[in-house]
Design a binder for this molecule. Structure first.
Ligand code: UDP
Length: 247
């Protein structure tokens, strides 16, 4: 892993860093392309909890690359072009729309807290919620009225975001169900492609951004193991990777 990481650093040292987030560093590749390098660091509760999960970068890069490739093949437009090496991906350059889209099939996390409903209780229909992407403000929940009134994106863009989010949910639920995992909820981010100006899926889909529960045992195979100090975080991420049978 050390060797791999050195090679990643060598590749990225020739490129200009555009942005360093909590989970990834983005480098400029060309006018319309960027390279994202996945980190092993994990954070939760708006950076209050920090830790390093062994091999997380390699595992999440593999899982996210696999799922984005699949979504591309299902005609969901995404920023993903290809996996470059163990920790890096080549991506289309986007302007991120500053919204986190939360897609939920079951009560969990903040929704369970808000309504006092037990985690794992099914929702009667898929629920979409939005948060403002702002660490400073603690990613507050916002409504579609807020989004449109404040102009975080246009009406047409929000319609597409909702449509894609529901289609992505259908695809991902099926995939995870087929490997004995319930997709409880997940977070998506969208961007406007620099080249085409179209809305496309961006960011990542991984155990960091999804709640994944084993169908039989309800064992958590996601970031809640880190958030809630449940232990065996790397093993859980590795299990998702292995069940997906990624080559
Ligand atoms: N999520 C995420 N990043 C965030 C907030 C949420 O990836 O900054 C994911 C989270 O892993 C879960 C879903 O979005 O799969 C719904 O999160 P919730 O609002 O319940 O978040 P919590 O408050 O429990 O972190």
């Amino acid at each position: 892993v050390d060797l791999i990481f050195k090679r990643d650093i060598k590749i990225s040292s020739r490129m200009k860093k555009i942005y360093e987030g909590k989970a990834k560093i983005t480098y400029a590749k060309s006018a319309h392309q960027v390279v994202a390098v996945y980190k092993d660091v994990d954070t939760a509760f708006n950076n209050l909890k920090k830790g390093s999960i062994k091999n997380k970068g390699v595992i999440n890069n593999s899982i996210s690359s696999y799922l984005f490739d699949l979504l591309n093949n299902c005609n969901i437009p995404t920023h993903f072009l290809k996996k470059i090496n163990q920790k890096s991906q080549l991506l289309k350059k986007v302007d991120i729309i500053p919204i986190e889209v939360l897609v939920r099939n079951y009560f969990a996390g903040s929704l369970s807290k808000k309504f006092g409903v037990k985690e794992g209780t099914p929702l009667s229909d898929t629920l979409i919620e939005y948060c403002l992407k702002s660490d400073e403000l603690g990613d507050p929940h916002i409504s579609s009225e807020h989004i449109l009134n404040i102009g975080l994106c246009s009406f047409d863009e929000l319609e597409l975001i909702d449509e894609y989010s529901l289609r992505i949910n259908d695809i991902l639920r099926g995939i995870f169900y087929s490997i004995g995992i319930n997709l409880i909820d997940f977070k998506l981010e969208f961007g406007v492609c620099k080249k085409t100006k179209k809305v496309i899926l961006a960011d990542e889909i991984s155990p960091d951004t999804c709640r994944l529960w084993d169908i039989k045992t309800n064992k958590k195979l996601d970031k809640d193991r880190f958030r809630r100090d449940l232990g065996n975080v790397e093993e859980a991420y590795q299990e998702v990777f292995e069940r997906l049978n990624i080559k």
